[in-house]
Each structure stands twice: as C-alpha cells, then as structure tokens.
Design a protein around this ligand. Structure first.
Ligand code: PMV
Length: 329
C-alpha cells in the first residue's frame, strides 16, 4: 500500500438473525428499534477491496465485475463518515464479490457493508475498536454490524440519540455450538421490497408493530439462554416465533407485505414435519422467499436431502458457522 493510495481488502460472511431485527428507531442513523441475535455463516462470503485515490472524482462501486452506479449512493454515504473521521477527501474504488445471490434475502448487504467498513477502516488506518466499527457498519445496513463478528452475535439497539451504544458484539465463537444451516433457495432474483421500505411500512401501518416491539426483549432473553445452554428445543421455539412474528407484522401492514412464495410455505411445512419425527431442525426467513433451516450438525445431511427434493426448491446451500470478518490483504 503506497501512502498516496490507501487501500485494503476484507472478507466478511453473511449472518442470519435467530431473533430478528425489524424496524428502526432512527432512520437517518439507521438505529434498530429492537435488539437482535444472529449466527454468522461461513458459506456466504463477500470479499471487498476499497482503494482511495486522489485522482477519482467520485466513488466507483463495482460488484461482481460490473459498475453499479445505482448502488453507489449507500456506499458513498458510509465512506463519507470514514472520510470525515480521517480528514480525507479522496474518493475510492470499491470492488466487491459475493459468492451467493445478491439482494435475495441472503443478507448480502450484511456481509457487504461489514467488508466495506473493515476495509475502509484499515485503508485509512483509523484507530477504532470492533464495537465502534460495528456502529459504522450499521450505518450501511443494520444487520452488517453483526457480520463483523463470528459465531453467535448480539446487536444492541441502544438508547443514545447519536447511536454510540447501538453496536454488535460476539456472544460465543463458532466452536461453542457448531450448528449447521441449510438454505433452501426458492427464487434467484432480487426481492421486490427492500428491508428498509418493508420496515418503515410495517412501523407506520401495521397494528401488530407495537406488540412486535413490546415482546422482543423476552425473545432475546430466551434465545441468549438457549444458546448458552445449547438447548436446541428452546432455540427452535424462539427462532420460529421471532420469524413468524416479524412476518406477521409485515403481512398486517397496508398494503400487506408478503416475502414468501409457495415453495417457502412447503419448506416450512417439511421442516415442521421433520421436527415432529425427532429431527433437530427449525426455520427462519428474512426479507425474501428463501428458507434457512437451522439444525444440529448430525441432522444436516438428512435436512438437506429432504429440502432439496421439494418442488420449487432450486438448490440448497449448506453452511456452518463462520468466523469474524478479516483483512485479507
Ligand atoms: O440489515 P437490513 O437493513 O437489510 O435488515 C435486515 C432485516 C432482516 O434480515 C429481515 C432481519 C435481521 O435481523 O437480519
């Protein structure tokens, strides 16, 4: 890295929330209205380089080999915060690659903004601990704060108006409880309504939103204990409850938001059937139609075989738990 062109490259993994984040307490700073608890996935990876360059007239954002000016504004907004901290006016070339579908409810914004934040911090040599860095990643995408860490991660909504106490931190590393996640891909395209728009419509119009907020802390408490004690039954119960409650709140918005397709429902049904047969598996679903089946390691092959053969399931991805984001160059 030459002094004139500060650059760095980072790798981050996507994460999925077991207890969901849905709703913002401040849209500008991207402050979540609720705490959330996630697992980091080693099979969904983003690699991103950020190279600041005095010769550039604006940030150039290239994803999967193609310039994407329409996606650059969110990246520039985040990099502006790093530039302000570093006293730099240099724009950057950001090159990023996802090894999984982008914008389809597979948390590409989480791994994407975590990788950008880590690379930008490194390139500009900013002194910042991981918790503080997560407050920056959060400003790109709420769930990105969690992707900086490996294993089991908690995101605090915080109460400060400036968002300083709205950060993520690791609870247990991936070895604590090596769960597996089988992702059933039921659609490869981009989702119709992004999570930010879905959240604000839910907050403004859903009669269930208040109850969603009120009941969140109990879910976090149950999930935190279940994870600490490796109690799969309790974790399965609260994970499905949080997921269904989030989607029910969104479905009750006006107009109703339905992220699912027919295959999403078939996969839910099959997972519940497997659990009745004694297989330790449960589901969660984000702002898209893919279903993530979470299971104990020994059950992964059986779960994967069962989901892969369902009509409407295009393919499956099997993941273990991933480590924290890291600098790779
Ligand atoms: O990080 P965002 O703004 O894309 O929101 C993520 C919201 C969900 O994925 C639906 C839930 C979560 O906690 O990850």
């Amino acid at each position: 890295m030459s002094a004139g062109k500060p650059a760095a490259r980072a790798r981050a993994h996507a994460n999925i929330a077991l207890v969901k984040y849905w709703g913002k307490r401040d849209a500008l700073l991207n402050l979540p209205a609720v705490d959330s608890l996630s697992i980091t996935l080693d099979a969904l990876t983003t690699e991103t380089s950020v190279a600041f360059d005095a010769a550039l007239a604006r940030d150039i954002y290239v994803r999967d080999g193609q310039a994407r000016p329409e996606e650059a504004a969110r990246v520039t907004a985040l990099l502006d915060r790093f530039r302000a901290l570093a006293g730099s006016k240099q724009f950057a070339r950001i090159e990023t690659h996802n090894d999984f579908p982008t914008g389809a409810g597979l948390a590409s914004s989480a791994s994407g903004f975590a990788a950008i934040a880590l690379a930008a911090k490194q390139a500009l040599a900013l002194p910042m601990d991981d918790a503080e860095l997560s407050t920056y990643a959060r400003q790109g995408s709420g769930s990105a704060a969690r992707s900086l860490f490996g294993g089991f991660v908690i995101m605090h909504r915080g109460t400060d108006a400036d968002g300083r106490d709205s950060f993520a931190e690791p609870l247990h590393d991936a070895r604590h409880w090596p769960l597996k996640v089988v992702i059933a891909i039921t659609e490869e395209g981009r989702k119709p309504l992004g999570s930010t728009d879905g959240m604000s419509l839910t907050a403004e119009t859903s009669p269930y939103y208040k109850e969603w907020l009120r009941t969140q802390d109990a879910d976090i408490a149950q999930a935190t204990t279940a994870v600490a004690q490796r109690d799969f039954e309790s974790l399965a119960a609260v994970t499905e409850h949080s997921c269904l409650k989030m989607h029910a709140s969104a479905m009750a918005a006006q107009p109703g938001i339905i992220y699912w397709n027919a295959a999403t429902v078939s996969v839910i049904d099959r997972i519940r059937q497997l659990r009745r047969q004694g297989v330790p598996v449960c589901f969660t679903i984000d702002a898209g139609p893919q279903v993530k089946a979470i299971c104990l390691p020994d059950a992964a092959a059986r779960v994967e075989a069962a989901l892969r053969e369902l009509p409407g399931v295009h393919r499956t991805i099997v993941s273990g738990l991933g480590n924290a984001a890291e600098i790779i160059e």
